[in-house]
Design a protein around this ligand. Structure first.
Ligand code: 2BA
Length: 109
């Protein structure tokens, strides 16, 4: 058993949930906030058998677009500069940030 954790754009999340559910994946959607931009994104948790991980990854990759975002008031702690940036910074937010981890135990009680 594996747990696929995907951080995606809010705009892509609902279609992605629909497609994953149609493909009979169990999905949990969490509202999350990126540490750098401090804006909302969506985290999907997908518990699945090892042999279906590639299928889940394919659906995620095909349905998440990367976008350019303007970051302003980025925390100096994040940038390591010690001061707030006086100007906005353009960053490319990837289509999806995906983690795949081993699940030690899975139960439904
Ligand atoms: P945020 O942390 O809000 O980051 C948004 C985008 O800002 C990142 O896109 C990246 O292009 C840029 N960025 C992040 N940290 C930066 C820094 N210290 N200096 C300059 N630019 C920086 P992505 O890499 O595609 O990440 C999108 C979202 O995925 C992140 O939102 C965060 O919520 C999550 N994420 C990314 N890497 C992660 C990791 N290693 N662990 C946990 N979550 C992660």
């Amino acid at each position: 058993m594996k747990l696929v954790i995907a951080v995606v754009h809010d705009e892509d999340s609902h279609k992605l949930m629909d497609l994953l559910s149609e493909a009979k994946f169990g999905v949990t959607m969490l509202a999350s906030t990126g540490g750098f931009l401090r804006t909302g994104n969506t985290t999907l948790m997908i518990g699945t058998e090892k042999d279906r991980v590639d299928e889940a990854m394919k659906i995620i990759k095909e349905n998440c677009k990367s976008r350019k975002k303007i970051a302003s008031n980025v925390s100096p702690a994040v940038l390591g500069t010690g001061v707030y940036m006086p100007y906005p910074v353009e960053v490319c937010v990837g289509g999806a940030t995906i983690f795949v981890i081993d699940v030690e135990q899975f139960e439904k009680a």
